[in-house]
Design a protein around this ligand. Sequence first.
Ligand SMILES: *[C@@H]1O[C@H](CO)[C@@H](O)[C@H](O)[C@H]1NC(C)=O
Ligand SMILES: *[C@@H]1O[C@H](CO)[C@@H](O)[C@H](O)[C@H]1NC(C)=O
Ligand SMILES: *[C@@H]1O[C@H](CO)[C@@H](O)[C@H](O)[C@H]1NC(C)=O
Ligand SMILES: *[C@@H]1O[C@H](CO)[C@@H](O)[C@H](O)[C@H]1NC(C)=O
Length: 588
Amino acid sequence: MVHFLILQPLSESLLLWLALVYRCSSPLPETQTPLLSLLSMSLTSVELNYLVWRYLQESGFELAAYAFERNSKCLDYAHPLNRAVDMLQPGCLPNLVQKGILYALLEESVVDKLKALTLVEAVLSDQKAQEEARVKLQQTEPKKILNGSAPAETEGSVDSNSASADGDEMDVEETQDISFSTSILSSPVRCLPSLVAAWHPSTAVIALGSNDLTAVIHALNSSGIAESVTLNHPPVLDGETSLPNPISMVSWDPQGTMVVTSGINGELRAWSPDGRLKNVANSMSDLDHTAGALNSLLWNHRGLLAFTIDVNNTFRLWDGTTLSFIQEVRDTEPGPADICGCWLGDKKFALSTGKNTIKIYSVGLSGNAEDMTVVCVGQLGGHSNPITNLCFSATSRLLASLSDTDYSIKVWNSQSSQDALELNIVAEKVPDLHYHTSPVIGLHWLNRPGDVQGIELLSISMDGAVNIWDAFTGDLLVSANVFQNPDNFAFETEQEPELLTKNSLIFATAISPNGKFLAIGDDSGNVSIWDVLVSRYVNTKDLLRCVAVFPTPDKEAGICELVWDHSGKYLTACYQGTESAILEWLQT
Ligand SMILES: *[C@@H]1O[C@H](CO)[C@@H](O)[C@H](O)[C@H]1NC(C)=O
Ligand SMILES: *[C@@H]1O[C@H](CO)[C@@H](O)[C@H](O)[C@H]1NC(C)=O
Ligand SMILES: *[C@@H]1O[C@H](CO)[C@@H](O)[C@H](O)[C@H]1NC(C)=O
Ligand SMILES: *[C@@H]1O[C@H](CO)[C@@H](O)[C@H](O)[C@H]1NC(C)=O
């Protein structure tokens, strides 16, 4: 393998170069040089680690390869389903590095640089470009309203002349002037009272779970409900008496081939979209033959696996296509708190534990293809109180955890060995910011199409405080209370002054699929829609724009859940005590 012999003398500078690439593999803003943005979009640190490991192996650095693998766990990347691994030729990394050098040089005007066609030159020119990009970025980045606990931004002083020279046209308009209006949504499609709802992943079809024994599937056309089917569930008997059996969970598989419903006994029923019963899966425990209602059913990205967590904190893994049972996992350190979980990848998930830590599990094949086993592969420190929510951003690969006892939010970065970044540290409260001091009922990553960073984390508490965090630095990008500022509303008619003064509580929240709108359901049953596009809040304080209000049709109604459909066109409000409402939302 000749090329390795050529490259080995370079390996010290190679490592330098890799260190640079490594820095880039953390999420980067869009205003980078082409090389950097290309890298940050196309190469994850897991992939890079794997390539480095392959390089070390191929070049005969066995020990280094071993140590590196122990540390980085990069072989996880080479699971049997990853077809990319087979396509990697020997020498892939040196090859890519060589191309990278050429590319970095081509970015400069070429000719006079040819004399310096070395790695060091390439690194230097790359570094220069990176520095320039950073300076540019500083001028365009929205002004943070709070300095986080993050390290100081840039060491080098910025040349003020060049800054004003090319910063001008990038200036974002003053956002206090952004005009908006609060529209009143009316004439929704009405359907039966429901506890939960789930939209089909790709069509205008919704499944709703009702108070007792039934769920329905509605298909919508432009004039309303076009077709409906009812999904009947058998009564649950306790001796002779039948217990009320609310359908408290409905969920479509990610492919949209079936909808799964479940009531108080935790039995999973899978139905085809036209309402035929396909399968019944019993989540009765192997150990004690009891079953409890399910708190969650979560599918992995492709829907090949799903897990459920029931009220007894029993975790069960299912085959996502057949709903056949794979394995049950019981907390080895049970505590009083409910556990929660989320998928981190096709075969990895995180679960909170009774001891307030977070365990990372991996689903592996043992022997033949049907034999899947769940193994714990790591543990994160967790919180000092029970964890009530875990959510993962597939873009930035950051995991957010929330504890509702002390309202602490932590962000875990799998690519960093440092401790979690802590948000909402109430003790360090900065005046004028709306820290959460009541239960946080929504924690959402704002995943916008085209956003390569995926680091905006929105949290919302019952008292109406909405915060959007930069989950990488801990800075607050937006901090407002939806109920307290009259400027949040701009009604075209001056008819709704009451709405502004009410001090109500938030019961349900949902983020539109494009990450631009937040829907809120409050204790009066009103639904409101809010603009949460961070770039529209530069230099503002205390403001969150309400772009639509749906006044509750019935004062006695209680709102249970809000659900957007895949396109963001429909928003469903599940009501108890009155008909549920399907609102049409035409802004994008
Ligand atoms: C934020 O940082 C700037 C510049 O470093 C400083 O002038 C300002 O006082 C800081 N603000 C807070 C709230 O710490
Ligand atoms: C929608 O479906 C209903 C009920 O099937 C039907 O009467 C109506 O004509 C349909 N509307 C459109 C625009 O297709
Ligand atoms: C599970 O929960 C159900 C209902 O809450 C209860 O009857 C049952 O005893 C529990 N089982 C275990 C093993 O805790
Ligand atoms: C809900 O909407 C109605 C009608 O606009 C309004 O009178 C009421 O104050 C609203 N409730 C809250 C809590 O904002």
